[in-house]
Design a protein around this ligand. Structure first.
Ligand code: NI
Length: 279
């Protein structure tokens, strides 16, 4: 009798976990070399943890073969984007942009990105970073896809380009958001843009929790940015998509809502932005 009760109890917990966990990691780089040894295990672990859908933003066009390979292997779960990361913009970026457009024509990509402007490490390439970003914004509009934007120490530069092109046909996400409340409000004002929150929100003294508290839940989507920025209590280790549950729990706590409610809202936002493939 005791054993039966124990088994019923366990099934109940598992059932509840299944109900609760069905979250979308909108930004994860499980295709990079950090996962070469155990990529399939990492993906399976994410799926088993209730991370049912993952978006893989491209860094350079050399990532395209592995992105397509993973999309073929996990057609219900892994969705690639194609773009050129701002830190990888070099003098030959126009060639990359051409390759990006050729690949957009195939219809196999869920978004353009990641792109944006990063002035943290290096300001040498600021002019071509801006040009590369602007061209990718125009491609996103042309192919009616969302744009995944990376901003580091460059909100003014990024806002200038979005201000120039924003209309009802432009949509996207400011991923790994670390700005202040004023910048968050500016993004919300664009209409079709979301704010991507990752493990930084779990870091003590990041200040991001205060901003998240103020942003409407209708504007938030979840991401890990694996293998970087692993959330507490996994901080300092290689990040992976299964860690998304810690980020979701932290945001639910900040918003003072249940994790189910957080999940329902952020899933709805992700589907609105990236389309029904995530449903
Ligand atoms: Ni990224």
């Amino acid at each position: 009798m005791k054993n039966i009760n124990l088994r019923i109890g366990l099934n109940y917990v598992l059932l509840r976990q299944n109900i609760i966990m069905n979250i979308i990691d909108t930004h994860t780089h499980l295709f990079v070399k950090e996962f070469d040894e155990d990529r399939n295990e990492v993906i399976e672990r994410a799926l088993a943890s209730g991370i049912k859908k993952m978006i893989f933003p491209c860094i350079t066009t050399s990532d395209i073969p592995i992105l397509l390979e993973l999309a073929t292997k996990y057609p219900e779960s892994c969705f690639p984007a194609v773009g050129l990361h701002p830190s990888d913009v070099k003098d030959d970026f126009n060639t990359e942009i051409e390759i990006i457009e050729e690949n957009l024509k195939t219809g196999k990509f869920i978004a353009v990105g990641e792109t944006g402007i990063d002035l943290y490490w290096d300001k040498t390439f600021i002019d071509i970073q801006k040009k590369s970003f602007e061209k990718q914004v125009l491609l996103a509009k042309k192919y009616n896809l969302p744009i995944i934007i990376h901003v580091r120490e460059a909100f003014n530069e990024v806002f200038e380009i979005i201000d120039k092109h924003n209309d009802e046909n432009l949509k996207g996400v400011f991923h790994s958001f670390t700005g202040d409340l004023e910048q968050a409000k500016k993004i919300c004002g664009y209409g079709n843009f979301m704010i991507g929150i990752n493990g930084i929100v779990t870091f003590k003294n990041s200040g991001l929790g205060k901003v998240v508290e103020e942003i409407s839940i209708n504007k938030l989507i979840l991401e890990t940015d694996s293998p970087y920025l692993s959330p507490a209590p996994k901080r300092g280790r290689r990040n992976e998509s299964s860690h998304l549950v810690h980020i979701a729990q932290k945001i639910a706590d900040i918003k003072n809502i249940s994790i189910e409610e957080l999940q329902d809202n952020t899933n709805k936002n992700s589907i609105k932005l990236f389309g029904n493939k995530l449903a």
